[in-house]
Design a protein around this ligand. Structure first.
Ligand code: CP
Ligand code: NVA
Length: 316
């Protein structure tokens, strides 16, 4: 094996923000996945020399928080926990002031919050890259890890079909946009009333058309997964929707990703879930733990894609 290279990352996104999966071009997305694969295989080593990432998380997180922290450590950098409950943000200091001050100390910010508009406000005022670490609208870092996992299973992702069954939520939106850029056919299967945002659907269909792929919304689980190469689901009630949990469990009856549904997919199909998962609700224990599941590789890949992303945003 060649010795690890410490040269500049091959994808240069210096100073850019990642607020949406659609902020990257198709080639930038592919290059990030290639860099993540190189980093994962130990064929590249990138040293950012002490750069600092601030984490502003207004919602709970295991994977995103820890994978960003470990990614920065592997890049020779540091992470600061700027949870609003321990900063003046929680006492109402304006984002305009917070973002400008933090830009004087940190080199990038990863923000997990509710409204996409709040993320946009940070990006507007910050003079450093701002990364979407999940909002109610999107989860772009998750989608990069998801397509890296699909790429590992099939070699190339273009022309494959990924079926997401469940709520038309943040995770679904980023899968639609990122999948469209990569030429993956994305099917969203959901009960009536839980469709993805019309604006994201239109945007992803435009991107898909430009890359020879399609984005469909179906309201019948078997039709949604038939012949698919990846079956994906997420919680029915996202963070912030806790009071709708019981109502949603009724609405999503019959939408569990289980062995019966898996039997309708391509025999090589892999099972994905962004986690955390509720076994017996959106996914069966058998689907989660079976030989088709790549769920824990997918969780690991958060680390590799975020390391690639940080290298591209901060390197050069
Ligand atoms: N998938 C994901 O974003 O997990 P966390 O909420 O634990 O970060
Ligand atoms: N849709 C879920 C994803 C969790 C990683 C949520 O927003 O809670």
């Amino acid at each position: 094996m060649e010795s690890p290279s410490a040269s500049c990352p091959p994808v240069a996104l210096q100073g850019r923000d990642l607020l949406s999966s659609a902020d990257l071009s198709a080639s930038e997305t592919r290059e990030l996945l290639a860099l993540a694969a190189e980093l994962k295989a130990g064929r590249r080593r990138i040293d950012l020399g002490g750069k600092v990432l601030g984490l502003i998380f207004s919602k709970a997180s295991t994977r995103t928080r820890v994978s960003f922290t470990v990614a920065m450590a592997r890049l020779g950098g540091h992470t600061l926990d700027l949870n609003p409950s321990v900063t003046q943000v929680g006492r109402g200091e304006p984002i305009a002031d917070t973002a400008r001050v933090l830009s004087r100390y940190c080199d990038a910010l990863a923000i997990r919050t509710f409204a996409q508009a709040e993320l946009g406000e940070y990006a507007h005022w910050a003079s450093i890259p701002v990364i979407n670490a999940l909002t109610d609208l999107e989860h772009p870092c998750q989608a990069l890890a998801d397509f890296l996992t699909l790429q590992e299973a099939f070699g190339a992702v273009e022309g494959l079909t990924l079926s997401y069954v469940g709520d038309g939520n943040n995770v679904a939106h980023s899968l639609m946009l990122c999948g469209a850029l990569l030429g993956v056919n994305v099917r969203i299967g959901c009960p009536v009333g839980f469709e993805p945002s019309a604006a994201v659907l239109e945007q992803s269909r435009r991107l898909a058309a430009a890359h020879g792929a399609s984005v469909e919304v179906l309201h019948e689980p078997v039709a949604a997964v038939r012949g698919a190469h990846a079956l994906y689901t997420d919680v029915w009630a996202s963070m912030g929707q806790e009071e709708e949990k019981a109502l949603r469990e009724q609405a999503f009856a019959g939408w569990c990703l289980d062995e019966e549904l898996m039997a309708e997919a391509d025999p090589r199909a892999i099972v994905l879930h962004c986690l955390p998962a509720y076994r017996g609700l959106e996914i069966s224990a058998g689907a989660m733990e079976g030989s088709s599941s790549r769920i824990f590789d997918q969780a690991e890949n958060r680390l590799h894609v975020q390391q690639a992303l940080l290298a591209a945003l901060l390197g050069g």
